[in-house]
Design a protein around this ligand. Structure first.
Ligand SMILES: O=C[C@H](O)[C@H](O)COP(=O)(O)O
Ligand SMILES: C=C(OP(=O)(O)O)C(=O)O
Ligand SMILES: [Mn+2]
Length: 444
């Protein structure tokens, strides 16, 4: 395998790309990115691929989550810690309540570029380029801010490096110690029912740990957590510049992240995104929306995982709660019958987005849960493994998705609607989802 050039990739056709006007500045940014050290090590991507192999075999479950769109402003300790805390808390609930190993992957440290339904946005008669994520342009509604700026690609690199550095410190340096899981949520245990539920899991785990201590078992796994990064591989300039030859093996790795996925809007067979990800050894995912045929899925598997290596390929289905029970069975049946090794994950967010009358893009918590339930039902009926969930969430108490235990209404959304793209589950809704999914897993 060789690294495809940007010219080769562009010739294949690539949807959802920025339109830079200053090509010299674009090329200078790419040249600089090529000199930057890797953000992740190839060996870590290999480890994740092996863990995802266990998922493909039905022996482990994936929790993948984070912002729809990370922002440069969001690169601060509180924001990163809050996101990690909610993800690790959810993982504890799933691991303990369902007794299944959980592979933890953040939509983090690189999730800065967004595909959009429309190239433009109009406000009060003024039309400007749509916001495409901090990797491309600014959210402020001015011509200067909305211009596509290649210098932002370097800022993505630095923001990702800072985020990963703190994530590594938190997960390897003691904060994620299982003995401290009570402290992670102590502030909100008192005023929410799901907090109290979390506290009772914590108490049970404390008892189990005390018992193991007493008989002299103290494994490393209790002190540190294996945590991986992921984002949508959308911007060709960025991902190609960070695709490198691994000196150990001669294989190619995209060292911008451990796991990369291809989005629903850029999954053209024969297109640039599928080509680039077919060349790398990282574990990769592909989002599959309701128009995906079984033949498409088989073609993706041949192209992205020609050796049929378990863990190399993840199918992330995002059909919508109203479609999953009708459309998923045929896909799973034909892929399984062809002997294709794949980890199946559900994204119960992107097929369930709607706008409220008061103008907010939102999702209904019950629809999200219903899609996960449909995903479990289909896999259970076919004897295949429901391998994980992929969710948009934040560690903060935002009001972006309606419903959940606190019954957020459309009128409540104005209170703390902070996302720059899609609505995320807040901290309580995320933990509620974890308990409900743990229950579904337990019934296997
Ligand atoms: O996560 C991304 C969104 O689903 C995608 O960007 C489409 O959003 P839009 O319809 O607001 O453009
Ligand atoms: C754009 C996204 O999803 P999809 O490609 O499935 O629409 C996303 O994950 O934010
Ligand atoms: Mn999204």
């Amino acid at each position: 395998m060789s690294i495809p050039t940007l010219e080769e990739l562009r010739a294949l056709g690539a949807a959802q790309q920025p339109t830079y006007t200053n090509l010299a500045a674009r090329d200078a940014a790419v040249t600089r990115l090529r000199q930057m050290p890797p953000l992740v090590f190839a060996g870590e991507a290999d480890q994740l691929r092996e863990k995802l192999g266990a998922v493909a075999r039905g022996e482990a479950f994936v929790l993948q989550g984070g912002d729809c769109a990370e922002t440069f402003d969001g690169v601060n300790a509180d924001n990163i810690r809050n996101k990690l805390r909610v993800l690790l808390s959810m993982a504890v609930v799933l691991t303990y309540a369902a007794s299944v190993p959980v592979v933890k992957i953040g939509r983090i440290a690189g999730q800065y570029a967004k595909p959009r339904s429309s190239d433009t946005e109009t406000r009060d008669g003024v039309t400007l380029p749509a916001y495409r994520g901090d990797a491309v342009n600014g959210f402020d509604f001015t011509p200067e801010s909305r211009a596509h700026d290649p210098q932002r690609l370097l800022e993505v690199y630095h923001a990702s490096a800072a985020t990963l550095n703190l994530a590594r410190a938190f997960t390897q340096g003691g904060y994620a110690d299982l003995r401290k899981m009570h402290a992670w949520n102590s502030d909100f245990v008192r005023n929410s029912p799901v907090g109290a539920q979390y506290e009772s899991v914590g108490a049970e785990i404390d008892k189990a740990l005390a018992f193991m201590d007493a008989i002299g078992i103290d494994p490393d796994e209790f002190h540190t957590v294996d945590f991986y990064s992921s984002h949508e591989a959308l911007l060709l300039e960025y991902e190609q510049a960070l695709t490198r030859v691994d000196s150990r093996t001669g294989s190619l790795y995209d060292v911008s992240s451990h796991f990369l996925w291809i989005g629903e809007r850029t999954r053209q067979l024969g297109g640039a995104h599928v080509e680039l990800l077919s060349r790398i050894a990282n574990p990769v995912g592909i989002k599959l929306g309701p128009t995906t045929t079984p033949d498409d899925a088989l073609a993706y598997a041949r192209k992205l995982n020609p050796d049929n290596t378990p863990g190399k390929l993840t199918f992330v289905t995002r059909f919508g709660a109203d479609k999953i029970r009708d459309l998923l069975p045929e896909l799973v049946e034909k892929v399984t019958a062809a002997g294709v090794s794949v980890a199946w994950i559900t994204d119960p967010m992107h097929g369930n987005t709607f706008a409220t009358d008061n103008g907010y893009k939102t999702r209904e918590f019950d629809d999200v849960i219903d899609e996960v339930r449909g995903f479990f039902e289909v896999h259970r009926s076919l004897g295949t493994w429901p391998g994980g969930v992929h969710v948009e969430l934040t560690g903060d108490d935002v009001t972006e998705c309606v419903g959940g235990g606190s019954k957020l209404s459309a009128a409540d959304l104005a209170h703390r609607y902070e996302t720059l793209c899609d609505p995320r589950l807040n901290r309580a809704q995320s933990l509620e989802l974890a308990f409900l999914v743990a229950e579904m897993l337990r019934q296997r």
